[in-house]
Write a new protein. Structure first.
Length: 490
């Protein structure tokens, strides 16, 4: 875990951890360079929610890899809008399961667990109370009991039931398919909860962490709260997240997860909620007549829009959030730019690239066609290079980045780097005072160009940097039309 060392007030112990340039945590100064947010590229449609127990209101998609299988959980639901009425759900909400061998092609296994309309030939794993907000995960806690290798949280009672205490109830499962409640009463009650609430085991801190939605200064201000637990049953009182440079919009979901390649860094993918009312631009969005129908029962159903955002944290509580969108609504002619679109799944998975011979990539799954008439919800895969959320970027005229003093453990320096054909990156290692270290100066470094996830930095003396391990050094990056996404001493 990145932390300050005792030998210097300004030196950080990075050890052999992978470090992402998602924030300014290790950056001292930049000249002609900037941190640049990157955006996933839309790929194929992964799932069309066209089964009789699914529909246009499917949601809360959760995806993770479990051994050789990619697993997906989601709410099956449908919605109908009529003029002057609020949205109606004509059939019961259920929790569904799909799986994939590669993260690209998904199937619905016939589980035979839950009866729907007289048949168990479906992929439903849960029905009834809690189906609206049911979110599972594979428990990485080494002390998890055999009957609780998978855990989940759900919200009870439903929002329309105002007569009972409302909150999060924990569940357990031996196989991720057969679930039982761990308590009858909610274990977290401070919140609004009508969103993609989630929980996971934080292996570095040895505790469970949960994130859920609440109204800040009710009734305005959708925002995120978090709490922790040692046993998944007894939780700390939830607290608000903090944001730098500040809270910039209303946030619906949160999507927070430790990054699997650097678990000391939490990444978050909240959904931004924006409602500017019936502006001229709102009237130019697709399907104005249908928007009017949706809006007649609840105005925001026709005027609000949603898109994906990105944030990161070193402690799970205080987040650096990008004001700009991570996933924009994009160019879609008929069913785009609606409230409920662009909700990102919870979970990051690594998949093969759709481009033959290319390096593996990260996959995200994003909702489309939310609450459309006679059109089922779609889930589209989006791809991003590994570690490719944010980069240190410079144009061809050149730029530099100087890190704060760091202490590392490792024998070579590896960069995740991308340049143009004319671009380049060179690296210099300095002492704490900023003087180049012998053999590791800028002129000693071989020019790097290309596009690789793992590019070893080479100086005239070779790649070995173990002689400097354990002492504070600064790293100077000189870039020309290039991006550096992450680095690691290993």
């Amino acid at each position: 875990m990145t932390q300050q060392t005792g030998s210097s007030d300004s030196a950080y112990q990075v050890g052999s951890d992978l470090e992402l340039f998602v924030d300014h945590h290790l950056i001292d100064r930049m000249f002609g360079a900037e941190l640049l947010l990157h955006h996933p590229a839309p790929q194929e449609v992964s799932l069309v929610c066209d089964q009789s127990w699914e529909g246009n209101a499917c949601g809360h998609f959760t995806v993770f890899r479990d051994g050789d299988i990619y697993k997906m959980y989601y709410r099956g639901a449908d919605t109908i809008y009529r003029t002057g009425e609020r949205a109606e759900m004509p059939k019961p909400r259920v929790v569904c399961y799909a799986e994939s061998a590669d993260g690209l092609n998904w199937t619905r296994p016939p589980l035979g667990l839950v009866e729907f309309e007289g048949s168990k030939d479906n992929n439903i794993v849960w029905e009834g109370e809690g189906s609206n907000n049911f979110v599972p995960f594979k428990d990485a806690n080494p002390d998890a009991e055999p009957d609780a290798l998978y855990k989940a949280i759900m919200v009870v009672p439903p929002l329309e039931d105002v007569g009972r205490p409302r909150g999060i109830v924990p569940l357990k499962s031996p196989d991720g398919l057969r679930w039982t409640r761990m308590t009858e009463q909610p274990v977290i009650t401070k919140g609004w909860f009508d969103s993609h609430n989630l929980a996971f085991w934080d292996a570095l801190r040895g505790e469970y962490r949960e994130y859920h939605r609440q109204f800040r200064d009710y009734p305005n201000g959708r925002d995120i709260m978090t709490g922790t637990s040692k046993d998944f049953l007894n939780w700390t009182d939830p607290v608000w997240l903090g944001y730098s440079p500040g809270r910039i919009s209303e946030l619906y979901t949160n999507g927070v997860i430790p990054y699997y390649r650097a678990p000391h860094i939490f990444l978050g993918f909240p959904t931004r909620y924006e409602d500017r009312g019936w502006t001229p631009s709102a009237e130019e969005l697709p399907q104005l007549d249908y928007r009017r129908v949706r809006s007649s029962g609840n105005m925001r159903e026709g005027t609000a829009v949603t898109d994906g955002m990105f944030m990161s944290s070193r402690d799970g509580l205080n987040f650096d959030i990008w004001p700009e969108s991570f996933i924009r609504p994009g160019l879609r002619a008929r069913d785009g730019w609606f409230y409920g679109d662009n909700y990102q799944n919870w979970g990051i998975v690594e998949t093969e690239s759709a481009i033959q011979g290319a390096q593996r990539e990260l996959s995200f799954y994003v909702t489309e066609a939310a609450h459309q008439p006679d059109t089922p919800k779609r889930l589209r895969r989006h791809s991003l290079r590994i570690d490719g959320f944010v980069s240190v970027h410079a144009k061809l005229v050149g730029g530099e980045v100087l890190t704060k003093p760091i202490v590392y453990a490792g024998g070579e320096l590896v960069l995740n780097v991308s340049t143009s054909a004319a671009g380049s990156v060179r690296v210099e290692l300095q002492d704490e005072g900023g003087e180049p270290l012998a053999g590791f100066g800028l002129d000693d470094c071989s020019e790097i160009y290309g596009d690789e996830i793992d590019r070893t930095v080479r100086w005239e003396g070779g790649v070995d940097v173990s002689t400097l391990a354990g002492r504070p050094v600064r790293m100077r990056l000189v870039l020309k039309d290039a991006d550096v996404y992450s680095f690691q001493f290993r």
